[in-house]
Design a protein. Structure first.
Length: 196
């Protein structure tokens, strides 16, 4: 039986069931507005949006892996490219590009060509510290954590805040690899012998 290769973001996006984009955008806007009303502090809203995204990302990774039919990425660079080219296209219908890698290959920027979450949005002066799309940071962080990649994801540029584009920065925390190795070692050390 021939093996099935990875699918492109365009192919997956074309075959996936979608919700009306305007309904999605307006629903997300209503959630952000309600958080602003309930929490009052913009920084708390940013944290809550990130946490909501994290919870979504921990579940979304299963769908991504099942539908994208990809093999394990060999490094963080390949992972970032897969998120930009397949993940963003699959779930948001947008294209992203990966740029600005550091020398170690642990930090990069992902620039979105467009952002469907911000259609119809203007931030009032009282919300200038708000990262309106902070949910995306949490989604990426949560999804990557489920495949054993501890990351920090932050907004570097945001059109809603007066910048010329939407840019996220990913930073991979290598301390996580050491912790995973240590926890596996401890599990082996204290594992009960298998009676045979």
């Amino acid at each position: 039986m021939p093996t099935v290769g990875p699918r492109s973001g365009d192919a997956i996006f074309a075959n996936v069931e979608r919700v009306n984009a305007e309904l999605f955008t307006l629903t997300y806007g209503a959630i952000v507005r309600q958080l602003l009303t309930d929490l009052e502090e913009v920084e708390e809203v940013n944290k809550q949006l990130d946490q909501m995204g994290y919870n979504i990302g921990t579940r979304l990774i299963d769908e991504f892996l099942a539908k994208a039919n990809i093999s394990r990425c060999v490094d963080f660079k390949e992972t970032a490219e897969m998120i930009a080219k397949v993940g963003f296209k699959m779930f948001l219908g947008v294209t992203a590009s990966v740029t600005n890698w550091d020398i170690e290959g642990t930090c990069c920027s992902v620039v979105l060509e467009e952002n469907p979450l911000v259609d119809f949005v203007e931030l009032p002066d009282t919300c200038q510290g708000l990262y309106y799309c902070n949910v995306l940071c949490g989604v990426i962080r949560g999804a990557l954590e489920m495949v054993s990649m501890k990351t920090e994801v932050t907004w570097v540029r945001d059109v809603l805040r007066g910048d010329d584009s939407y840019e996220l920065q990913y930073w991979r925390d290598h301390r996580c690899r050491w912790l995973l190795g240590f926890s596996r070692y401890m599990q082996l050390l204290f594992a009960k012998p298998n009676p045979t």
